[in-house]
Write a protein that binds this ligand. Sequence first.
Ligand SMILES: NC(=O)c1ccc[n+]([C@@H]2O[C@H](COP(=O)([O-])OP(=O)(O)OC[C@H]3O[C@@H](n4cnc5c(N)ncnc54)[C@H](OP(=O)(O)O)[C@@H]3O)[C@@H](O)[C@H]2O)c1
Length: 308
Amino acid sequence: MLGGTGFLGSRIVSRLSSHGHEVTILTRRTDAAEYFRNRSIEIIVGDLMEPDAFIDNISSQDCVISVAMPLEFGRISKSKFAQIKQRTTKFVSTALTIGKKLDCPTILTLGTAYSTKQGQVADESWPLVRTGLTKAGEEADVLIARAKKEGQPLIIMLPGQIYGPGGQFLKMYEMMKNGRSGVFGRGDNHIPRVHVDDCAQAFVLAVEKQPVSESFIIADDTPCTTREFTEHMAECMGLPKPRTIPMFIARIVLGGFLLSIMQIDCVVTNEKAKRELDWELEYPSYKEGLKATIENLHEGTVLNQSGP
Ligand SMILES: NC(=O)c1ccc[n+]([C@@H]2O[C@H](COP(=O)([O-])OP(=O)(O)OC[C@H]3O[C@@H](n4cnc5c(N)ncnc54)[C@H](OP(=O)(O)O)[C@@H]3O)[C@@H](O)[C@H]2O)c1
């Protein structure tokens, strides 16, 4: 697994290992073995940007899962964007090279970058719209299309925004707690969401069923606007309604690359994942998912906030 120490990846690893799978993780962290010490996880230390240094250390696997993320929280400048794009391309190229070398299916992770108009609902047949930050995936798309054409067995996972006790959501939570967040502009655009535990479960099902040549939208059942999500989050945290942040300030704070993806209007259906992966959601709506997440964070019962 590539990205097995991350917010989503660490949950996939836990589930796979409790289902009896043997998991090998590639990580840059030399202390990862210590973190996973109670589970039989094989660790390979390496950097996805330098595959030649570790690729010969990977033994035969049933499946390669790529959930590594070449992105950090915060404002994205033009030079940072160029670096993210280069890393995105290399991460996908490395994942494809590993899958090819091991001659097994590769699960790649993109996102629900669809643009829908009022009343429309996107499914997996829709084209991904590369705008703002998601343009970082343009070269990776070309590599994926070429690999598909050459017959490499791929499964594409398309999660909505992943929330839960950890990862980038934790940063949002801390900002809201410190009164440093709000709703950008009207906040009436929809962004698909999925709780990290439900998302991890969809990946486990994909590993076990191996539906090659298919792609799956991984989002919950309930379309919600950015305002609805942010206001519900504040309510769960016992805070007043978040303030509205004018768009010109949002542009300064976030930069155009992030702002443009936060403004996309996107409503999706998850029917294919439910039907073909037998995926059942513990949190069909952000309402119960956010409530459970905030309770976890308040109680301090989060064992693993963003991977080891
Ligand atoms: N979070 C979301 O809302 C969201 C939405 C849609 C799609 N996605 C996709 O879902 C996946 C998981 O996201 P996440 O939020 O769980 O990510 P994350 O917590 O930021 O995970 C980062 C992971 O990437 C690994 N990584 C980063 N750079 C690496 C490098 N150079 N070499 C090797 N490993 C590297 C890290 O490993 P080490 O630090 O241990 O090396 C870590 O395991 C990503 O593919 C992301 O694009 C996320």
